[in-house]
Design a protein around this ligand. Structure first.
Ligand code: PGA
Length: 256
């Protein structure tokens, strides 16, 4: 059985006090979760230790980083390695968020290295993929996303793939208030799963959680998560407000 997941990506928002208050409020309102339901919080690096301390006794809630470096250690000023994150108690890392691709020039080849570095350190990867509006308008989104998966993930064997979560985030829907329709999300998730079937077979593909991200809110989460291949969400803006994030978690629990 694949997991249903709601992950909150805080991006570069909230100071330590604000982060503490938000996590405390989320935990106080959190419905009980089962093993097949996971809530993940991805705060800025500075919050990592505090957020881990706050969430450590809450089952099925874990902390992610928003990125990691592809090397284990060395002269990489300003960077943090996956081994350091693992040591601190981080369970997941985002890899390949479109903002990292755009603002930090992270390409598919580098993301393949980051993915391997995280898995080698014992951190599961939430691998983000998704097309720009130009690519969607040209109806090239299926090939484009398949290529992202191929170039960044397909060096992994089937065992390593079991530690990968995929987040489909159409760039045109991130932070724009414009959401993919439930049908567009389901169509792409089904496509992603079929690409995984072709590479790894049914068992791996059926066990891989595929999250939707891009202006997902409490008001549209239920509709988006109703898709057969939509296993939850990667949430930006709405993860910064406890009631909104809780509403999305409830939609995940209620789905299917
Ligand atoms: P958004 O961001 O929910 O604010 O659109 C999603 C993301 O970038 O992960």
């Amino acid at each position: 059985m694949r997991k249903k997941i709601v992950a909150g990506n805080w991006k570069m928002n909230l100071n330590l006090g604000e982060g503490y208050t938000l996590v405390a409020e989320i935990l106080s309102k959190l419905p009980s979760l089962s093993e097949s339901q996971q809530v993940i919080i991805a705060p800025p690096f500075l919050h990592t230790q505090q957020t881990i301390t706050q969430t450590q006794y809450t089952p099925f809630v874990s902390v992610a980083s928003q990125t990691c470096h592809h090397e284990t250690s060395g002269a990489f000023t300003g960077e943090i390695s996956a081994t350091m994150l693992k040591d601190a108690g981080v369970r997941y890392t985002l890899v390949g968020h479109s903002e990292r691709r755009a603002f930090n020039s992270e390409d598919n080849a580098l993301l393949a290295k980051k993915t391997s570095a995280a898995l080698d350190a014992g951190i599961d990867v939430i691998f983000c993929c998704g097309e720009s509006l130009d690519i969607r308008d040209a109806e090239q989104q299926n090939d484009y996303v398949a290529q992202q998966l191929k170039e960044s993930l397909f060096h992994l064997d089937a065992k390593a793939m079991s530690n990968i979560v995929i987040a489909y985030e159409p760039i045109w829907a991130i932070g724009t208030g414009r959401t993919a329709s439930a049908q567009q999300a389901q169509d792409m998730h089904q496509h992603i799963r079929s690409v995984l079937v072709a590479q790894y077979g049914q068992e791996v593909a059926q066990n891989t959680s595929i999250l939707y991200g891009g202006s997902c809110k409490a008001s549209n989460a239920a509709e988006l998560f109703a898709g057969e291949d939509v296993d939850g969400g990667l949430i930006g803006g709405a993860a910064l407000v406890a009631d909104d994030f809780i509403g999305i978690i409830k939609a995940m629990i209620a789905a299917k």
